[in-house]
Write a protein that binds this ligand. Structure first.
Ligand code: NAP
Length: 245
């Protein structure tokens, strides 16, 4: 596939961890991948890594004024958006009793407000194409719960509900909306988890180990591909058996 004709995939938070693995995998699968980072240096590193298969751009997903102009520019430059992967994420962990207002609102802004605006803009072009794939990165915590993460669990559970509702709205336009819910994956985000909680979590994982970012990327690649054409409104767990519904 020639680079300019390759279908366009946008992956938020592609500078590190799971998002980087998703960007690499979608590029290998033949997409032209635009990955986002919060800094110019991060965006440049994404562009260098993807080479002719993609590029990097700066985006703070919680900034309302950044979303529409970015999507306008990308669609003008690279053609219609085929795949949107909402992966960017942060944590602001702490017990509820001591949780600050910003710890709550920052999580909602990144995980929910950002996804809302990106999806609202993305479905415009996808509707015209009568084809689209939206993949939202949730977490095992949405269903399992986790002490110290009421804010994050609420946002991820909200994200799953949002995705199911949007799947119903957009099904008639052949746009699928699904979630991938990772368990404990080795990234900067989980480096911050203390040794004790890590050991406790590992003890509950059927496969007995943490996951790697490319194991999440494989699930995303499936949902982005034609092979998943009859799957929508689903949550695909990638957690090694940490939690079963
Ligand atoms: P990570 O290594 O900490 O990387 C986070 C990514 O999100 C980075 O690319 C970062 O960009 C970007 N980002 C952070 N704040 C942003 C903002 N305000 N606007 C736009 N981009 C922003 O995280 P990860 O572990 O790969 O997690 C990726 C996703 O998987 C998240 O949604 C997370 O909740 C979810 N998840 C992770 C795990 C896990 O075990 N790791 C488990 C379940 C779910 P910069 O590099 O520029 O900061």
């Amino acid at each position: 596939m020639s680079d300019m004709k390759a279908p366009l995939a946008l992956v938020t938070g592609a500078s590190r961890g799971i998002g980087q693995a998703i960007a690499d995998r979608l590029a290998a699968d033949g997409f032209f991948v635009v990955g986002t980072a919060t800094s110019a240096a991060g965006a440049a590193a994404i562009a260098e890594r993807l080479g002719p298969q993609g590029t990097g751009v700066v985006l703070q997903v919680q900034q309302p004024e950044q979303v529409n102009p970015l999507l306008d520019q990308l669609e003008q430059q690279y053609g219609p958006l085929a795949v949107l992967v909402n992966n960017a994420g942060i944590t602001r962990d702490g017990l509820l009793l001591r949780m600050k207002d910003e710890d709550w609102s920052d999580i909602m802004a990144v995980h929910l407000d950002g996804v809302f605006r990106l999806c609202r803009r993305a479905i415009k072009g996808m509707s015209r194409q009568r084809r689209g794939r939206i993949i939202n990165i949730s977490s095992v915590v949405a269903r399992m719960g986790n002490a110290g993460q009421t804010n994050y669990a609420a946002a991820k559970a909200g994200l799953e509900g949002f995705s199911r509702a949007l799947a119903r709205e957009m099904g008639g336009r052949n746009i699928t909306v699904n979630c991938v819910a990772p368990g404990l994956i080795e990234t900067d985000m989980t480096d911050a988890v203390g040794d004790q909680s890590r050991q406790a979590l590992l003890g509950r994982i059927a496969l007995g180990r943490a996951g790697q970012p490319d194991e999440v990327a494989a699930a995303v690649a499936f949902l982005a591909s034609d092979a998943s054409s009859y799957i929508t409104g689903a949550v695909l767990p990638v957690n090694g058996g940490l939690y079963f519904d």
